[in-house]
Design a binder for this molecule. Structure first.
Ligand code: GLU
Length: 312
């Protein structure tokens, strides 16, 4: 039997925050506790938002925390490449397989039309596609294709899918009612997350997916894709999100909670404490030290660093 294979699947669209690291830590622990391995895949499909610089930085952050990976970006492995932007041939093949099953149709709806027509999704704010382009005739498709490139959607069966989550218990969704025909490829040619993540987790032999609970509602769609593509699904463990004080989800824009800022503040607080003008070793911003800074507080003698100040 294959050992457990977990994965980190970050999107390099900003500096990782502590919520991303929280999930990644649990993914690492869960795989390693079983003597398993971890794969790092860079989910950079959205080329407008993702950058190689963020991809590099997140690897630094993971490494700094000791969240190692056995296969994936930078270290390589048999399933290379590990950047989704370089794996589109696999997604195209999967789309073709679904098309051969008669389950894919082109959709010409604009964002504005969707917004106007769609009923809101129950839990994650996504919209339920009302099926506008589901039954277009060949002539209608030909006529519309001339005007704008279509997106492609999966024709979902009228079926209820239950996720048996390893951590959250069960989650049930009616595909027609709660989700609707979902995107496989956008009109600008980008493959949808739902398709790419299934193709990649299956291809990379991932046996357990640990990720934020915001993706629980994506899991029925993914289970459907596993089944349609004849792939074995992993075990899913959805974990709580870390929220800001006001209950908002952390986002990559919350600079305050990214690792470089936290690292910097924590070290600065200790240095300022040693320098004598910061009453405790608590984390601090450098600008906050300005008012307290005073040469008279700084010792003249060399300073022995207390053992517990920088625990290793
Ligand atoms: N790339 C997604 C993210 O960074 C995670 C997707 C997944 O774990 O399935 O939020």
């Amino acid at each position: 039997m294959n050992a457990a294979t977990g994965r980190f699947a970050p999107s390099p669209s900003g500096r990782v925050h502590i919520g991303n690291l929280f999930t990644s830590m649990l993914a690492w622990l869960s795989a390693k506790k079983q003597g398993g391995r971890v794969v790092l895949r860079i989910e950079d499909l959205d080329t407008r938002r993702c950058t190689p610089e963020y991809a590099r930085q997140l690897q630094d952050d993971f490494q700094w925390l000791g969240l190692t990976w056995d296969e994936g970006a930078s270290v390589g492995g048999v399933h290379a490449p590990y950047e989704q932007s370089k794996r589109t041939a696999l997604y195209r093949d999967a789309l073709e397989r679904l098309r051969a099953l008669g389950l894919v149709y082109p959709c010409f709806c604009t964002r504005a039309e969707l917004h106007a027509a769609a009923a809101p999704h129950r839990s994650d704010g996504q919209t339920v596609y009302p099926g506008t382009c589901r039954n277009l005739t060949a002539a209608e498709v030909a006529q519309r294709t001339g005007k704008r490139p279509p997106a492609y959607r999966l024709r979902v069966p009228d079926e209820t899918i239950t996720v048996r989550d390893g951590h959250m218990g069960t989650y049930t969704e009616s595909l027609r009612r709660d989700c609707g025909d979902f995107l496989l490829r956008r009109s600008d040619g980008l493959y949808a997350y739902q398709l790419a993540v299934v193709v990649d987790d299956a291809d990379m032999g991932v046996t357990e997916v640990v990720r934020g609970s915001d993706l629980l509602s994506s899991t029925p769609r993914q289970l459907l894709l596993y089944r349609l593509l004849g792939l074995t699904p992993p075990t899913f463990y959805h974990v709580p999100l870390l929220l800001a004080q006001d209950g908002r989800r952390l986002s990559k824009r919350d600079r305050d909670l990214n690792l470089s800022v936290l690292r910097a503040r924590s070290v600065l607080g200790k240095l300022a404490f040693l320098a004598g003008f910061h009453p405790t070793a608590e984390p601090v911003r450098v600008a906050e030290l300005l008012s307290a800074f005073d040469w008279r507080a700084v010792p003249v003698q060399d300073i022995i660093v207390p053992e517990d100040l920088f625990p290793v």
